[in-house]
Design a protein around this ligand. Structure first.
Ligand code: NAD
Length: 477
């Protein structure tokens, strides 16, 4: 069994605490790895290491910092098979998807390395003679990155790559559900010549180690990807030091299907979007609004497609569409939400229950008909393979129903009419809208939630500038 150490100040070290996280393979139920259940002392040491390393790191040219991102990308590629296997094992992600995540993570480091010679300050016209106003973009300092369990390696890179490139130093805390792949990455980084303290990776509970990290006056910025509840707690914890927060939180993505849409395409994209990683993806379709004229035809096609979704061991061939939920807690949460929907009046059109499997935490791909806007399953994030379907009369109504939600991460519309698509894009209160395709963002875009889905965002140019603060100089000559 793999047993991990903390990565602090350039070395793999034992945690101050002797407690360990037992990382369960959700499909087999077997403990596959042990990771430190780090405590406040580990957090403090990692923060101090990051603080001590920061000015020397920031003094390096960005192009030099970029070379370390390239080394991280190379190390990931050289270990791509093993990393994907660990990832697939620790969270029951089907192996090809785990491989996509690993490869995408390497590409992500290379992508941000490419920004070294591109990001820039500004020279602003002054109202005074013989004066220049220079706007510098400078690093914030020590960045604390808190990661969720669903895309542990990629989300880690989403924080580390732009933060390091811009001259910040970093402390990363993976979720205690899935620390293994991140701690494996820490081992790879320990083998590089990255200056000590520039990147620190420590595992432990959110409520103890995580809270210490986010409350510390050393921390210049917290970037969390996780639930709305954790986001609220982190806003409260960072209030005292007025620490900048970038929060990427939950979603409840609406998919609007217009009567003029290519229904086969819409079904394929909505199903792919709903069952990828067993429905445990923040940006994927969580509720469908279909125009009344085509509701019957669309729903029949949707039910047929959801019934055809395959699920099995994440390492099985032929590759199943999805696998086990990440934990028994998640499975029970999904089952309870479907049960409450049934009690509220929803009709189970397929699935609706735990799947009969020898091992793992499987929930059957589920479509719920006769749903109303006020049902919990339409309002709250399910994070499982469950799709409530509602109908609407015209686009105005569809947009109102889609917007009637506390989340604002992603949304989608299926239509053959580009005018309708633009109407929706202009009025949907979401950070992203996908037109005639499944919800899946690009690294050069900008992934940002509105309303309770978050503050700030990641990826591309705007994601890079999150990690920089401005400094203006007024120069008389
Ligand atoms: P979670 O909120 O339970 O945990 C996320 C991280 O926060 C973990 O590392 C946890 O230990 C830590 N944490 C919790 N409380 C903390 C505290 N008080 N102080 C410091 N750290 C704390 O979320 P999860 O269950 O791991 O992930 C699933 C959620 O993440 C879903 O809601 C999903 O939609 C969301 N998510 C969002 C995005 C996005 O890009 N918007 C991406 C992936 C996941």
């Amino acid at each position: 069994m793999r047993e991990y150490l903390q990565f602090i100040n350039g070395s793999l070290v034992k945690s101050h605490s002797s407690e360990m996280i037992e990382v369960e393979n959700p499909y087999t139920g077997v403990t596959m790895a042990l990771a430190p259940q780090g405590d406040e002392n580990d957090a403090q040491k990692a923060l101090e290491a990051a603080q001590n390393a920061q000015s020397a790191w920031a003094a390096q040219p960005a192009a030099v910092r970029a070379t370390y991102l390239q080394k991280m990308a190379k190390a990931i590629r050289e270990n791509r098979i093993e990393l994907a296997e660990i990832l697939a094992s620790e969270q029951a992600k089907v192996l090809p998807l785990a491989q996509v995540e690993v490869d995408f993570t390497a590409d992500y480091f290379d992508y941000y390395a490419g920004w070294a010679r591109i990001y820039e300050g500004e020279i602003i016209q002054s109202d005074r003679p013989k004066e220049n106003i220079l706007l510098f973009r400078q690093p914030i300092g020590v960045i604390v990155g808190i990661c969720p369990w669903n895309f542990p390696l990629f989300v880690m890179a989403r924080k580390v790559a732009p933060a390091l490139l811009t001259g910040n130093t970093v402390v990363i805390k993976p979720s205690s559900e899935t620390p293994a792949t991140t701690m494996e990455f820490a081992k790879l980084v320990a083998g590089l010549d990255l200056p000590a303290g520039v990147l620190n990776i420590i595992s432990g509970r959110g409520a103890t180690l995580g809270e210490t990290l986010v409350r510390s006056p050393i921390t210049g910025m917290v970037t969390l990807t996780g639930s709305v509840e954790a986001g609220s707690r982190i806003i409260a914890a960072t209030a005292e030091n007025i620490t900048k927060c970038s929060l990427e939180l939950g979603g409840k993505a609406p998919a609007i299907v217009c009567a003029d849409a290519d229904l086969d395409l819409a079904v394929k994209a909505v199903v792919a979007s709903r069952v990828i990683f067993s429905g445990q993806v923040c940006n994927c379709a969580e509720r469908v609004y279909v125009q009344k004229e085509v509701a019957e035809e669309f729903t029949a096609k949707l039910v047929k497609a959801m019934k055809a979704v395959t699920y099995n061991d994440p390492f099985f061939t032929p590759v199943p569409d999805m696998s086990s939920q990440v934990s028994l807690d998640q499975l029970n949460k999904i089952e309870a939400m479907v049960e409450r929907a049934r009690q509220e009046g929803a009709e189970v059109l397929c699935g609706g229950k735990k799947a009969d499997m020898d091992s793992g935490y499987f929930f059957e791909p589920t479509v719920l008909g006769k749903c109303s806007q006020n049902y919990e399953v339409v309002k709250k994030e399910v994070f499982g393979p469950v799709l409530p379907v509602l109908t609407y009369s015209d686009l105005d109504e569809a947009i109102d129903l889609a917007n009637d939600c506390e989340y604002g991460l992603t949304s989608s519309i299926y239509t053959a009419n580009i005018g309708k698509a633009f109407e929706a894009i202009n009025r949907l209160k979401f950070g992203e809208t996908y037109v005639n395709r499944e919800n899946f963002e690009a690294m050069q875009g900008f992934h940002a939630g509105w309303r309770k889905s978050g503050i700030g965002g990641a990826d591309g140019k705007h994601g890079l500038y999150e990690y920089l603060q401005t400094h203006v100089a007024y120069i008389q000559y």
